[in-house]
Write a protein that binds this ligand. Structure first.
Ligand code: FAD
Length: 474
């Protein structure tokens, strides 16, 4: 520990606060915390804190304040913009903050600590015959604190909103160690500023979220999944409008995938199969509709599909006839990021534009990309219902991914993001800013917006010790 920048007194007091299972100080034991999900980057930390209670978080943060130590909070470490990867800061892992503090079925609310994993929360709430609707491919690892800190979205935003829409209250430990108890199950509360919103999506730059009160929703009686062939993104957007109108807004997921993405999955991911091998289509829509009652649901869906076929919006498709088939269809979508990973690094863009502008965006972006890298493989997929595309550009076969990213990455990203901004879109639809987009954020937002962002940061973290150099500089 001779080259550890932390004072010995700090480390000793930290160990006292955290207890024997509450820290890691041997660098060789920190590996699990120090590489990012995509395996691209290695972080470094002089100490990993693993508190088990909010009181321990508070005492540890007070100690950090006393010694001027900077902190990077980390949940499941599935973030895609490197926000939770320490770069010399002390890492504070929320893995052991695992209490379920309260379930109130009549208020449709549940209060859990930050380290509960999303899939666990879904199960906890299911036992009360309720739904926690947030759902994404990392749900087996991502934690509630991390999901709130990135304002995660996923595949059911269309019906239920993003994390911001699902949080009723928060408990946060501030950079000076004080605990803010903002845990409330209220739907209505107009007392001054809505402070919780500052921490939602703040990526750990303002404080450590230790617990949250979240909304529970009624469980739909039946979810119907279909796999539909469409000729173009424009047809997908038409289908979405028709589906919303025909089902009274019951569409819960609406995901678009190109053939090349489906092929990637079928080649790379074990136990996957083409949901409709007889119909090769340039684009596919995975549509899930959540009905409150079983009676009549099938008729509504069949009627919708008939209309879509008649109007030549859809060319073909299958309706999942069982839960297994629905699971298999969902698996194609959910494993697409993993299949892509197997092909090496693509130049990735997590962008959104108004839904109506999405087909035009894809068309224009493709032209721009091919002008820069003519043989690139474009895999644009995602949450069309929210206007959110993961617009990824992979190297042509046989071309080294690192070389490709180095040579074309900056020009491709500039072109795609310029287009997004021209179309009044967002250069970070759901993954956040982290370190990856920090400089670009500062360049692209207006002066007045940047001033407000920095003023919030300075007000809540005046010493710039909470996840410094992420999101926005002070
Ligand atoms: P981490 O990765 O550990 O941290 C993320 C950020 O939050 C960091 O800046 C960290 O410092 C901060 N943080 C973590 N915990 C706390 C806390 N308790 N208090 C304060 N700050 C904290 N996102 C979507 O929105 N939609 C998707 O569809 C989607 N799909 C994904 C699919 C895959 C396969 C993967 C790997 C990721 C996907 N993501 C998606 C990103 C995912 O939502 C985020 O990775 C997730 O929200 C982060 O949760 P985490 O617990 O892993 O947080």
């Amino acid at each position: 520990m001779t080259d550890n920048p932390l004072k010995i007194e700090f480390i000793e007091q930290a160990k006292q606060i955290l207890g024997p299972l509450g820290f890691i100080d041997a660098p060789e034991d920190m590996d699990n915390y120090l590489s990012d999900w995509r395996g691209r980057m290695k972080g470094n930390a002089p100490f990993v804190a693993r508190p088990e209670t909010v009181e321990q978080v508070s005492a540890f943060m007070t100690l950090c304040a006393e010694y001027g130590v900077a902190i990077t909070p980390q949940g499941g470490n599935t973030g895609l913009v490197l926000g939770g990867l320490p770069n010399g800061e002390v890492l504070l892992s929320t893995k052991r903050l695992r209490a379920v503090r309260d379930i109130d079925p009549l208020n449709d609310s549940v209060t859990v600590e930050a380290g509960i994993i999303l899939a666990e929360l879904q199960e906890i709430v299911a036992k009360e015959n309720r739904l926690f609707p947030l759902s994404l491919a990392a749900e087996g690892e991502a934690q509630i604190g991390g999901l709130i800190s990135t304002n995660a979205g996923g595949v059911a935003v269309l019906k239920y909103g993003m994390m911001r829409d699902l949080v009723l209250g928060l408990e946060v430990v501030m950079p000076d160690g004080r605990i803010w108890n903002g845990l409330t199950g209220l739907r209505k509360d107009n007392t001054a500023y809505d402070l919780k919103q500052l921490f939602i999506g703040a990526e750990g730059t303002l404080g450590v979220i230790t617990a949250a009160t979240l909304k529970m929703m009624p469980r739909p009686a039946v979810k119907m999944v279909s796999w539909l062939c469409v000729e173009s993104p424009a047809k997908a957007v038409e289908l979405l409008a028709l589906a919303k109108a025909e089902t009274g807004g019951a569409v819960s997921s609406f995901e678009l995938m190109p053939r090349i993405g489906v092929d990637f999955v079928l080649e790379q991911m074990p136990d996957t199969r083409d949901p409709h091998p007889d119909a090769k289509s340039p684009w596919y829509v995975l549509m899930e509709i959540s009905f409150p009652r079983e009676e009549g649901a099938r008729n509504v869906l069949e009627g919708l599909l008939e209309k879509a076929l008649e109007a030549e919006i859809v060319t073909d498709g299958v309706l999942a006839e069982s839960e297994t088939q629905a699971f298999e269809i969902w698996k194609i979508r959910e494993t697409l990021p993993l299949a892509e990973k197997a092909f090496g690094k693509a130049v990735k863009h997590d962008v959104s534009v108004p839904v109506s502008a999405l087909p035009g965006f894809i068309q224009e972006a493709n032209k721009l990309v091919y002008a820069i890298a003519p043989n690139a493989n474009i895999i644009s997929f995602g949450h069309v219902g929210d206007g959110n595309m993961h617009y990824n550009v992979a190297p042509p076969e046989g071309v080294d991914d690192v070389e490709f990213s180095k040579e074309y990455g900056p020009a491709l990203t500039k072109a795609v993001h310029d287009l997004v901004c021209e179309m009044s879109g967002s250069i970070s639809a759901e993954h956040g800013i982290g370190t990856m987009k920090r400089d670009e954020l500062a360049e692209r937002v207006s002066g007045v917006e940047l001033d407000m962002l920095r003023a919030v940061k300075r007000a809540l973290d005046p010493e710039n010790r909470m996840n410094p150099n992420r999101v926005v500089g002070i």
